[in-house]
Design a protein. Structure first.
Lengths: 103, 178
């Protein structure tokens, strides 16, 4: 069985353009913008794929990632890292539940 | 002291979420007319403006502009005419023309507020991609995009400064503070 696509061509093109142009702008931008640009890409990917994802994935996308402020930069480093670690843990828990039993 | 200009300056905020409501072209033209009155070094007017309310063009602009948070129904791209700058004797890396983009941007942001629109300046975009998408004339360098639109009720939290700054934090009197 083929899994249904969670992005259509327009969604994918939008994300592709964002990533390529962000690589260029980051050459000239403040380093603290790097994590923010990656998280913006993640936000946009989550927004695009959420409606066509499985219920469990949609729930994971609506978790700590959605709570991560859109314009967060690591100025309050400790708080920022804690929030990002929580997002990573939540994602890992979903990935383990989805793929962990594979042999 | 209560002054409408000072009051507008203090109330202005960047609008990072905009509604789908179209922006009337007349508003954009009023804003462009205000920009024409922004101060420019030597009264040279090296800036050129590209305005659009075209949905497809705006969609492409946003796709190649990582710093563009809102989905604007209108935008003004402020360009520097490099050929004209060169004819005035500016070296390519000279900051003068960029400074004039700053004065134009400040004027546009306040003019947008005056006509009841929200505005968001965007400097993070691929200049090469924007020049291609807008089919800019040879030598026009896009330096800044100002998104225009009606503010959405909910706005993303702005990037928080390390601490709240006052003008005193940013200023040094000469000679010596009193």
């Amino acid at each position: 069985m083929t899994a249904p696509w969670v992005l259509d061509e327009d969604d994918a093109l939008e994300l592709l353009a964002y990533l390529v142009t962000a690589a260029r702008t980051q050459v000239d931008e403040a380093a603290e913008y790097g994590p923010m640009r990656l998280l913006t890409a993640a936000h946009r990917l989550a927004e695009a794929m959420g409606p066509r994802s499985s219920a469990a994935t949609a729930e994971a996308l609506a978790g700590p990632l959605a709570d991560m402020p859109l314009l967060a930069v690591p100025r309050e480093r400790t708080e920022y890292v804690e929030q990002l670690d929580a997002t990573c843990r939540s994602l890992a828990a979903h990935l383990s539940a989805r793929y962990g039993a594979e042999t | 002291m209560t002054d409408p200009v000072l009051d507008a300056i203090r109330r202005r905020r960047v609008t990072r979420a905009m509604t789908d409501e179209p922006v009337e072209r007349a508003y954009v033209e009023t804003i462009l007319d205000a920009a024409r009155w922004a101060p420019t070094a030597g009264n040279r007017h090296l800036q050129r403006y590209v305005a659009t309310t075209h949905p497809g063009t705006l969609r492409v602009l946003r796709m190649v502009s990582p710093g563009m948070i809102p989905r604007p129904p209108a935008a003004i791209v402020i360009c520097v005419d490099r050929g004209l700058s060169e004819r005035y004797g500016f070296r390519p890396e000279a900051p003068g023309p960029w400074i004039d983009v700053g004065t134009a941007t400040a004027t546009i942001l306040l003019a947008a507020q005056a006509v009841g629109l929200g505005a968001a300046p965007v400097s993070s975009f691929s200049h090469a991609a924007v020049a291609e998408a807008l089919a800019l004339p040879e030598g026009w360098d896009p330096v800044l995009i100002v998104c225009l639109g009606h503010p959405a009720p909910e706005q993303p939290r702005p990037i928080s400064p390390n601490r709240r700054l006052t003008w005193r934090d940013l200023t040094q009197w000469v000679p010596g503070d009193v």
